[in-house]
Design a protein around this ligand. Sequence first.
Ligand code: XUL
Ligand code: CO
Length: 446
Amino acid sequence: MSRTLFVGDREFFPGIGRIEYEGPGSDNPLSFKAYDPERIVAGKSMEEHLRFAVCYWHTFCADGADPFGPGTRQRPWAAGNDPMDNARSKLDAAFEFFTKLNVPFYCFHDRDMAPEGETVAQSESNLKQLVTLAKERQQASGVDLLWGTANLFSHPRYMNGGATNPDFLVVAHAAAQVKAALEATVELGGQNYVFWGGREGYSCLFNTDTKRELEHFARFLAMARDYGRSIGFEGAFLIEPKPMEPMYHQYDVDAQTVIGFLRHHGLDRDFKLNIEANHATLAGHSSAHDLQMAVDAGMLGSIDANRGNPQNGWDTDQFPMDMYDCVQNMMIVLAAGGLGSGGFNFDAKVRRESTDAEDLFLGHIGGMDAYARALVIADRIVSDGKLEAFKASRYTSFGQSAGRRFENGELSLADLRDFAAGSPEPVQQSGKQERVENLLNDYMFT
Ligand code: XUL
Ligand code: CO
C-alpha cells in the first residue's frame, strides 16, 4: 500500500521519496543497505526487533546552535512569526520525515511539539491542540508514539531543578507539565513515558540538601506513576540515567544508581530504564555495561541509540556507527529476549556543519543500517552459543557440591573457610579475553 508521504501541498523534504531497502550493492545514499524491515532474523522481522524511533528535539527543533554560535540550518517549518503556526508546520514536517524514512515510532518532549504559553493553562491548551493534530497524523501514517516526556530543563525556572528544585512552586510547575505530558502520551497511545533529569542534581553541596531533594524526587515519581495509572497509562515509566550535562552532578548517574534508587523507594515495579549510549560513556562506562546492568535487574525498558566522541567524552549525540558497540548492545538485547515495549530511539543529531536537509535522512539511515547489521551479526553469535558457553564454563564450580550450596544460601562464612582449608590451592583459570575478542572479530568480518 502506498502511503501519502506528506500532508496537503507542503512538502518539506522535496526531492526525497520513501527510503527503501536496496541492499549492499546499491550506491544510492538515500537507501538502506542493511535495514530490510521485513527480513526475518531470529524469528522476528527487523522492524519488530529494532522498533526504531526518531526524536523530535534533535531532528526538528535543533538548528545547530551551540554555546559559541547560532544555528546553521534554516528550518522552513520554523520560519513563521506565530509559534503555534510554526508548531503545526513542524508537526507536518516531522510526519513527512517519519513516513519517508519508514520508521514505526517517534518520541517527543511537550515543548518540542507545542510552545510554552503565558500561563499553565495556556501551555496545556497549546499542547492539547497539537496532540489532536498529532493523533490524526499518527492514524494517517501508521507511525506510533514510542514515548512522551516533559522538558523540565530548558525554561529558566528550572535552573535549580524540576522535581528536585528547592522552591516548592517550581516543583508544582514541573508537576503541571508532567501531568499534561502524561495526558498527551495516553491520548497518543504512547507505549512508555520517560523522565530524564537534566537539571535534577546540583552544582554546589554547600547550598544543597541532597537527601531532601532525592526524597522529593521519589515522591514526585510516585505521584506521576499514580496519576498516569489513574488515566489509563499501562506502559512503562522509564528513567534515563546521565551523570552530568547540564548539571555538574546529576542524581540519575548511571544504571546501577537508578536501579538502587528505584528499589529503595519501591518504584521498581512501574519504572524501568531508558539507556542512552552516550550517557553511559559520560559516566565512564560503555553502553553495553549500562544495558547489561539494566537487563540483570530485569529493568531494561528502552534505548536511546547514539554514540559519544571517544576523544573528548562529551555528550555529542552522534549517530551510532561504531559496529563493536552496536553488536555488543544487540547481543545483550537479543539474549534478554528483546526490548518489549521499548525501542531504539535515535537521540542523535547531525553535526553543526551538516546543513543540508538530506543530512537528517543520511544520519538516520546510517544508524538504522548499523543496528540492522549488528542484529544479523549478534544473532549469529547468540545462536551459535560459543561465547555464552565459554562464559558459563567459567562458573562450573558453582554447579557442583559446595559451590551450589553456597549459591543456595546453605553455607556460612566459616563453612567457606573450612572448604578452602581442606582443598588444594586453586588451579589458575585463564580468563581468555584475547580468545573471546578474536572470536568476536571472526563473527563480525566473515
Ligand atoms: C539529553 C537527553 C534527552 C532525553 C529526553 O541528554 O538524552 O533528550 O532523552 O529528555
Ligand atoms: Co536521551
